[in-house]
Design a protein. Sequence first.
Lengths: 113, 112
Amino acid sequence: DADVTQTPRNRITKTGKRIMLECSQTKGHDRMYWYRQDPGLGLQLIYYSFDVKDINKGEISDGYSVSRQAQAKFSLSLESAIPNQTALYFCATSDFGGSDEQFFGPGTRLTVL
Amino acid sequence: KNQVEQSPQSLIILEGKNCTLQCNYTVSPFSNLRWYKQDTGRGPVSLTIMTFSENTKSNGRYTATLDADTKQSSLHITASQLSDSASYICVVSGMGDYKLSFGAGTTVTVRA
């Protein structure tokens, strides 16, 4: 089984709809991250969490919110989706105190019409 | 703002040939540099990591180099295989900074 899983893998939605993307991990890592990837651009950090009670905004948090339900679960919500949020979204985890290698999930391809 | 620039944006090579990808960065102070491989439809996976004191690191047919003075890195793929077709992303970490700076990636297509 994959260490970092994301659901759904693909989603098509309409402008104005609320969308939730979910991430689960079995690596036992404290730190979790949400990124978006657009063609021709590097991954951009949306939100990150160092533990269940710690949530921080990344570079591009406007229009997004997150919830850290447990050490192993980190959800990303688009409160009112808009077309320019069409992108590939990745969840990642890393271990506090270890190397700063981040382990990525398989991604969610989101299309907002 | 910390930046990571990669070149070329894409390249096509024949199976069995070698290629070299480039990465220039402005992240300072520097902690480490990783090369990630991202297969289509998958998340990135780390290939190599180099710290300030390392100037070369190999992982099978992948060899990464680092010149911390000029802030440049390269990834050399030897005897390419069809499975090497992927995007290769240069990722730089600053000292004491959990945030990573990502390059846009180089898309490599290996043709039979």
